[in-house]
Design a protein. Structure first.
Length: 158
């Protein structure tokens, strides 16, 4: 392996000496450790609903599968889980075995199914919606509905 690498390197160097410098280029791409999280950008505070079958909040109306559990935000994107202390980040990778129990106990398709059902109900009954909601704000948030949330919020609870 080492010999093959040295022969290949020698061939590249020999070719470089016979070519014009502007014609030579070497690209080296190394990835060490886990890849950096893809950017997650949520411009406005999302609306979170609390489907009773899940036991945690789910964001609606955003381009990400975002969840609010025990005072932290979680996003599932490109077959990986990310967490952040705020909906704006900073996001970091979370292994599945380090997710909060409420989030880890449900399959991802089941979470999406229950979120979508609750969102359809919310859209049809927005004025009279009696379920729990959570609206994080820039300096805090507000939770409305029956009872308290399932975790520590970033704001006022009603």
């Amino acid at each position: 392996m080492k010999r093959t690498f040295l022969l290949l390197l020698g061939a590249v160097l020999l070719a470089a000496t016979t070519s014009r410098a502007s014609d030579v280029g070497i690209d080296l791409h190394l990835r060490l450790g886990e890849p950096a999280p893809p950017p997650v950008y949520i411009a406005e505070p999302p609306v979170f609903l609390y489907p009773p079958g899940l036991g945690f909040y789910v964001a609606v109306g955003v381009p990400y599968d975002c969840f609010y559990v025990d005072g932290h935000y979680y996003v599932y994107k490109e077959r990986a889980w990310y967490a952040a202390p705020h909906y704006t980040g900073p996001w970091f990778i979370v292994r599945h075995d380090h997710l909060p129990p409420g989030l880890a106990k449900h399959s991802y398709p089941k979470i999406i199914e229950l979120r979508d059902a609750e969102y359809r109900f919310y859209q049809k009954n927005r004025a009279g919606y009696k379920g729990k909601t959570f609206h994080p704000g820039k300096g805090g948030g507000e939770e409305k509905g029956i009872g308290k949330g399932n975790g520590k919020g970033h704001g006022k609870h009603k």
